[in-house]
Design a protein around this ligand. Structure first.
Ligand code: ADP
Length: 426
């Protein structure tokens, strides 16, 4: 089968009542988060902090792709072949057309691309030109699961929207400022230099955004935040911890790639590097097979067959011992990081939980911080159990360390940075 010439035209039109509210007056940013088989998108106003529409194209390159766009009550679906990112991009623009909001008329002033690996070079968002695009492709050697997909998304989007500035926002940018002793592996220095092996971290946009939220909240209460000692726990499907002093990162749990650190949905997190050699020699597995095992079928999934914490907590309540052990392994790793970062920082002022699990699973927060009263960490059980939106404090009033839940908004942060870069480039 050949891809449809105009894929989006086959997406059913919504009735007039379900249409998007029309062309926004204010500047908008189109955000693209390109994975190997998916393309997530959002159209938003980064100043008013309003999301006009969002959606995803899935199963790119597989038998049958699917996509949808959501805006308010409207859900615009698409199903059909999506052989590559170029067609995926055509579907995105078509979905907007069919929803009554042409991207050409939506006052899009920047297209923001989320890029996982920016190497040591990119400490800030970049306007994408051919040189930047080629650098991102070159950094694919360090992030083979992520950067090649980002380049495909960038190429497709630049081709389809050539007159709009494209901006790459790097997950690693915040952590380019890590101190040398924290970013350097105790690996042969020559080999490390030749192959650019060091700790780059990831989720930097979220760690920066959340730590800034914490700082501004405390500053608004009159606290001097210039030297604030923070731990941020970003617990989503991927998970990472960071130690931040003032506005500078001091340490983070992800390393050369997002595999290192905390236990994740499907990733091992920290593991003895000898596991690669052992599985290669004893199980005859190839490097790619081991990579896939450690990244895609380990972590919570590999321990208990589930990676969604809604299922895991329900299974624990029902007496599932594998799920309980998986949770204990998950929390044990988290506590190790909290303890080590508190020492690294020479004391601790705040701990912030964020992302899907950090924001929604009180059991994880409680188990991570239980029994730490001697270290000045006292949770308020009622506040922790409450399901609220927004930034909230869950520590007791007499806790020396302030514990907060801070919803992350990577999309908004990427959109705001993209807008800033696009404007300053004019
Ligand atoms: P990512 O962006 O890395 O895909 P998210 O930050 O969206 O991850 O987090 C997704 C995970 O958060 C889910 O796999 C699930 O484990 C957990 N999660 C999300 N919402 C809830 C909820 N309401 N209750 C429990 N767990 C949740």
């Amino acid at each position: 089968m050949t891809p449809p010439a105009s894929p989006a035209s086959s997406a059913p039109r919504s009735d007039a009542g379900g249409r998007l509210p029309g062309v926004p007056d204010a500047a908008t940013v189109l955000l693209l988060n390109s994975g190997s088989s998916s393309l997530k998108f959002q159209l938003l106003d980064p100043v008013a902090e309003v999301v006009h529409a969002s959606g995803i194209v899935e199963r790119i390159g597989q038998d049958r792709g699917q996509a949808h766009l959501e805006a308010g009550d409207l859900r615009q679906p698409y199903s059909g072949e999506v052989p590559d990112h170029k067609v995926a991009m055509q579907i995105v623009t078509g979905l907007f057309e069919d929803a009554g909001m042409s991207l050409q008329e939506a006052n899009v002033v920047a297209v923001g691309h989320r890029v996982v690996q920016g190497g040591a070079r990119f400490s800030s968002p970049q306007l994408v030109d051919s040189w930047v695009r080629n650098q991102i492709a070159d950094l694919g050697a360090l992030a083979p699961l992520h950067n090649p997909a980002a380049v495909q998304g960038i190429d497709a989007a630049r081709e389809l929207l050539p007159d709009i500035p494209h901006v790459a926002v790097f997950d690693t940018a915040f952590f380019t400022a890590l101190p040398e002793e924290s970013r350097t592996y105790a690996l042969n220095a020559q080999v490390a230099a030749e192959y650019r092996i060091r700790r780059y971290g990831a989720h930097g946009t979220s760690h920066r955004y959340v730590s800034e939220q914490v700082s501004s909240l405390l500053a608004s209460e009159g606290t001097d935040v210039s030297d604030l000692r923070q731990i941020v726990l970003h617990l989503g499907n991927g998970a990472s911890a960071s130690a931040v002093r003032g506005d500078a990162p001091v340490d983070t749990s992800m390393g050369l790639t997002p595999l290192e650190g905390l236990v994740m949905g499907t990733r091992t997190g920290d593991i003895d590097a000898s596991v690669y050699a052992h599985l290669s020699r004893s199980a005859g597995m190839s490097i790619d097979e081991i990579d896939t095992l450690l990244n895609k079928s380990s972590g919570m999934q590999g321990l208990c067959g589930m990676n969604d914490f809604r299922d895991i907590t329900a299974a624990i309540r029902a007496g599932d011992e594998r799920a309980e052990l998986a949770m204990r392994v998950y929390v044990h790793r988290l506590r190790k990081y909290v303890g080590s970062y508190a020492f690294t920082l020479g004391g601790l002022d705040t701990i912030a939980f964020t992302a899907g699990i950090g924001e929604n699973v009180p059991e994880v927060r409680e188990r991570t911080l239980e029994g730490l009263e001697a270290f000045g960490i006292v949770l308020d059980p009622a506040a922790n159990a409450r399901r609220e939106k927004g930034v909230r404090t869950i520590s007791a009033p007499d806790s020396a360390v302030r514990v907060l839940v801070v919803p992350t908004d990577e999309e908004l942060a990427i959109a705001q940075q993209s807008l800033e870069v696009a404007r300053s480039a004019r």
